[in-house]
Ligand binder design. Structure first.
Ligand code: UVW
Length: 355
């Protein structure tokens, strides 16, 4: 019999709900019924692109760990293939062929701009096998170093990012989301309309007041979008981001509010998507009289690690949110597959909303 990966689940988690080996988490709730509910929201056939251009923010000032796209033409003898009578598929030059062909190579952090976080993005130190030793584990007990691991190290590689080729997150890689298809009903919560663009923490009470004011009900399997205005402000900076202004822009969920986390669990929403960089407000470590081990990103821990709720960040939601408000609506058809890139921890996305 195959060895069980975990014998105890984190308190309050839903590990095992979709089976002990599940790799999709709450996206399992986005089923045929949810696709039909999403399609029923298509009334006028207008589409909205919910992605920023993938070279926004611009540079690395906002997040030095994330590299913007560097795009290279595939060169041959110093020339773009498009300048040569070169038959790419046969690797030969044939003067009778009229095709002009170009290829590109892109090097970028997959989570540089509009992105999905896979369930391999954030885990926690937890004693999943009950042997008294906490280890780095991810959703459903998948283990760092065994199920989620770097490829074989290449010490010759000059850049640190090139040192670990190959599959990294096979057990929970983003391909599991891509293979699902990610199409269903989106629900917009327009924080910016009610709170403005100044950064504020949104806890349970505030969120409930906004949902009541806009008569929004979040149902099981809904894909919930949070419009804060952050991405729109960023876009207007035209790839010269002003970190001081951005750090004061855009509300975020309060990951330290236990009632908010319980609502996320109980609402059975499928995923959380925001136009800000982390969905939650990232605050400095909380001070405690006792030394306390705690996550820096409690909402990431709650969603990705405990409940298999995928997160989307830096989505561009302003035009859609404005249109929905003008038309007295908050639901739409959302189609948002990531790249089917085996083993990847995250992925750029070009989500489309249809209303
Ligand atoms: C971290 O920075 C850890 O992640 P994210 O991009 O999901 O906010």
């Amino acid at each position: 019999m195959a060895e069980r990966r975990w014998t105890q689940a984190p308190p309050g988690s839903s590990w095992g709900e979709f089976g002990p080996d599940d790799q999709r988490g709450r996206m399992n709730l986005v089923d045929a019924h949810k696709v039909l509910q999403g399609v029923a929201e298509v009334k006028v056939g207008r589409t909205f692109c919910l992605s920023l251009p993938l070279d926004v923010p611009g540079g690395q000032r906002l997040n030095p760990r994330r590299m913007p796209p560097r795009r290279y033409s595939v060169l041959r003898d110093g020339q773009s293939q498009g300048q040569q009578g070169f038959c790419w598929s046969y690797q030969s030059e044939d003067p009778d062929l009229t095709d002009v062909v170009n290829d590109d190579v892109v090097l970028m952090s997959l989570q540089y701009s509009t992105q999905w976080d896979s369930l391999a993005h954030v885990g926690s130190h937890f004693d999943a096998d009950g042997d008294g030793v906490a280890e780095a584990v991810f959703y459903n007990g998948y283990r760092a170093g065994r199920d989620i691991r770097p490829g074989t190290e290449d010490p010759q590689a000059s850049a640190p990012w090139a040192r670990y080729p190959g599959p990294e997150a096979a057990a929970l890689g983003i391909e599991h989301l891509a293979e699902h298809g990610v199409q269903g009903r989106g629900v917009m919560i327009d924080l910016a309309y009610h709170l403005g663009r100044e950064r504020q923490a949104v806890g349970y009470d505030r969120l409930m007041r906004l949902l009541d004011a806009d008569r929004i009900e979040v149902e099981a399997g809904d894909m919930v979008c949070l419009h804060t205005g952050y991405a729109d402000t960023l876009l207007a900076m035209n790839r010269q981001p002003d970190p001081a202004l951005l750090h004061a822009t855009g509300s975020g969920l309060d990951g330290h509010d236990a009632r908010l986390l319980n609502w996320i669990t109980d609402s059975r929403l499928a995923c959380l998507l925001a136009d800000n960089p982390a969905v939650e407000l990232v605050v400095p470590k909380l001070l405690s009289p006792q030394p306390l081990r705690q996550p820096r990103l409690p909402l990431h821990e709650h969603c990705l690690f405990k409940h298999g709720i995928h997160l989307g960040e830096l989505w561009y939601l302003t035009e859609l949110a404005d249109w929905l408000r003008q038309h007295g609506r908050h639901r739409f058809l959302l189609t948002a597959p990531p790249l089917r890139l085996p083993g990847a921890v995250g992925s750029p996305a070009t989500p489309i909303a249809t209303v």
